[in-house]
Unconditional design. Structure first.
Length: 269
């Protein structure tokens, strides 16, 4: 078995110009498959609420629910790093609350590092977690709120070649440096675009990862596992290209199962 991935190993990959790869996963089986495939990290996202449980808003996800999901992924991963999101609440409630929540995710959930959304607004919390010995995966970048502030269309930022105004690029570089100084181990740069993304990568020594709106200008990429494999009802009719289409394969399997049972044939498996 390959050696376990470490945070210093990801930093070394950046220095050598090698890209790191992660997936967002929420269950034991997908975690096992992704780990076996060789991803560098598995991110347990609070996106589980919308994408797996059908909530209308990720804010509905609780700490206890995140712990259940993090434990499941942890059991499936032996090589990759496991990062776990805070649900909405502990970070917003203050630094002490954030530290207590992070300790639970590490001690009970088995997380190797903690991901903080909107971390640029909470540098003190980043530093507090680092002082407690907990590595931080700090998210920052273009949000609906900051896009509105700069008068740019948020939705367009996920398109290939999307760019942000020069003055916003400077602000994003400043935020990245702030998070690095606060002790973050990795940055998750949302909707980076090729100009701001490249500028941030050059400005900091820690790896800069991106999902939505990212690209090869970053140190690495992260993707929802369910998106990569086309696992979800929406992929039945989608024209978007994925690496597989589990939804269509599942529909065909269930249709065949129904046909076998109704025809009085023995079922498979």
């Amino acid at each position: 078995m390959e050696a376990k991935v470490t945070i210093p190993a990801l930093a070394q990959m950046k220095r050598e110009g090698r890209k790191s790869v992660g997936v967002v996963a929420w269950d034991y089986q997908i975690a096992r498959i992704a780990d076996r495939a060789g991803v560098d990290f598995v991110s347990v996202g609070d996106s589980v609420g919308v994408n797996l449980w059908g909530h209308s808003n990720p804010l509905e996800v609780t700490m206890d629910e995140m712990l259940v999901v993090c434990k499941a992924v942890r059991r499936g991963v032996t090589r990759a790093l496991v990062s776990c999101d805070f649900p909405f609440g502990p970070l917003q409630e203050g630094t002490d609350s954030a530290v207590r929540a992070a300790i639970r995710l590490v001690k009970e959930g088995g997380a190797d590092m903690i991901k903080l959304d909107g971390a640029a607004d909470f540098p003190d919390a980043v530093s507090a977690l680092v002082r407690a010995g907990i590595p931080v995966f700090a998210q920052f970048g273009i949000t609906p709120q900051t896009a509105l502030q700069y008068g740019i269309p948020y939705g367009a930022q996920s398109a290939p070649g999307a760019q942000v105004p020069p003055e916003m690029t400077a602000k994003l570089v400043e935020e990245a440096k702030l998070l690095e100084a606060a002790g973050a181990s990795l940055l998750d740069f949302t909707n980076s675009g090729p100009v701001a993304g490249a500028a941030v990568v050059s400005a900091v020594k820690i790896p800069v990862i991106g999902g939505f709106g990212g690209g090869p200008w970053l140190d690495g990429r992260v993707r929802l596992a369910h998106t990569a494999i086309g696992y979800g009802e929406k992929w039945l009719d989608s024209k978007t290209e994925t690496y597989a289409n589990v939804a269509k394969a599942s529909l065909e399997a269930f249709t065949t199962l129904i046909g076998d049972v109704r025809a009085g044939r023995q079922i498979k498996g």
